[in-house]
Write a protein that binds this ligand. Structure first.
Ligand SMILES: Nc1ncnc2c1ncn2[C@@H]1O[C@H](COP(=O)(O)OP(=O)(O)O)[C@@H](O)[C@H]1O
Ligand SMILES: [Mg+2]
Length: 311
């Protein structure tokens, strides 16, 4: 089996309004490997949600191609997409908005199974109860309604609902951003345990670098619709190359005064390039966006470095 679950090549999604065309996602290429969590980080408005929704094919991309589980899904129509709807599930920022207040938790959890005509009534109920247990809620939650739960508990229900169809990909879009700081860690730990236990493949979206660091194997940085840097998380946080990534990392509040950098310089952000930049592999599975001048300079420097070994 191919190790890649998702392959996105040169994806773009534009929105048009009276003021013109907004390139929310512009020429993004990335892969998601089976069993990994790929983090997407970037400021509000950088195109993270749009990228997630385009990969799920809630949007049809203007340009580019998407492969899911070995099949191209870029231009599939509604009917042909139906089987994929089951395979890709989303965990939303605000579970209260995404979960209907009129239904019981049991009904909310069983609805996707019902729609997909999976199992008997009893099997669906058993599955819902098992999932409630998995996300750390009492079985008695089954008969209760959403408004009876706290924010953290609602997000647990949101997670259970996303998992009930055993999706191949889970897209978690700012799943803890709406929660009190005190419960964020509990929900993140639950997600992390489930990732390990179920060997989930996740696209984990957040504006919060420390949250993304905690949850992800690899991290992709978005800036104004472009993917500008992508690397295994340790590599990215230790050795950021792009000035925007550097400025993002420099803005993480550091609690320990010993580790605060008093010489932190303000970084001048690059302008959005006219054309999507190319991602260049600089080694260690680390990709950085670059224009042709950067690439040539990098090639010359690596060449010089290589030559210096022989001196
Ligand atoms: N449905 C939409 N219609 C018009 N513009 C949109 C829509 N969704 C997002 N955008 C615009 O696309 C850009 C990226 O938005 P979004 O993907 O939500 O960013 P993020 O999730 O990183 O905050 C923003 O400028 C936003 O205003
Ligand atoms: Mg968003």
């Amino acid at each position: 089996m191919d190790n890649l679950l998702v392959r996105a090549q040169n994806l773009s999604k534009y929105f048009t309004d009276s003021s013109g065309i907004h390139k929310a996602v512009d020429g993004v290429s990335l892969n998601i490997h089976r069993g990994e969590t790929l983090g997407i980080v970037g400021e509000s408005g950088s195109g993270k949600t749009t990228l997630g929704r385009t990969i799920m094919r809630l949007y049809r991309p203007e340009h580019g191609q998407i492969w899911f589980d070995g099949k191209e899904i870029t231009n599939l129509n509604k009917g042909k997409l139906r089987p994929y709807r089951k395979e890709i599930q989303m965990i939303f920022q605000n579970p209260y908005e995404s979960l209907s207040p009129r239904f019981t938790v049991g009904e909310i959890l069983e609805e996707p199974l019902y729609i997909q005509k999976i199992g008997t009534k009893k099997e669906r109920m058993d599955k819902a109860l098992r999932l409630l247990e998995k996300v750390g809620l009492p079985r008695t939650s089954y008969h209760r309604k959403i408004h009876e739960f706290s924010g953290g508990q609602r997000q647990r229900i949101g997670i259970a609902r996303a998992l009930i169809l055993e999706p191949k990909l889970v897209i978690a879009d700012e799943p803890v951003s709406a929660l009190d700081v005190s419960v964020q860690a509990q929900v993140l730990n639950l997600l992390k345990d489930l990732q390990a236990e179920l060997n989930l493949t996740c696209l984990f979206i957040s504006h919060d670098l420390s949250v993304v660091h905690y949850m992800s194997d690899r991290v992709a940085v978005m800036y104004l619709g472009h993917l500008i840097e992508l690397a295994p998380k340790e590599e990215l946080y230790r050795n950021p190359i792009h000035p925007y990534t550097k400025s993002l990392l420099a803005s993480i509040p550091v609690a320990d005064p010993e580790r605060r950098n008093p010489y932190r310089e303000p970084i001048i952000l690059p302008e959005k390039p006219l054309y999507p930049p190319q991602l260049v592999n600089i080694g260690n599975d680390h990709y950085v966006s670059a224009n042709m001048i950067h690439i040539k300079k990098f090639e010359i420097e690596s060449y010089q470095q290589e030559m210096s070994y022989y001196k």
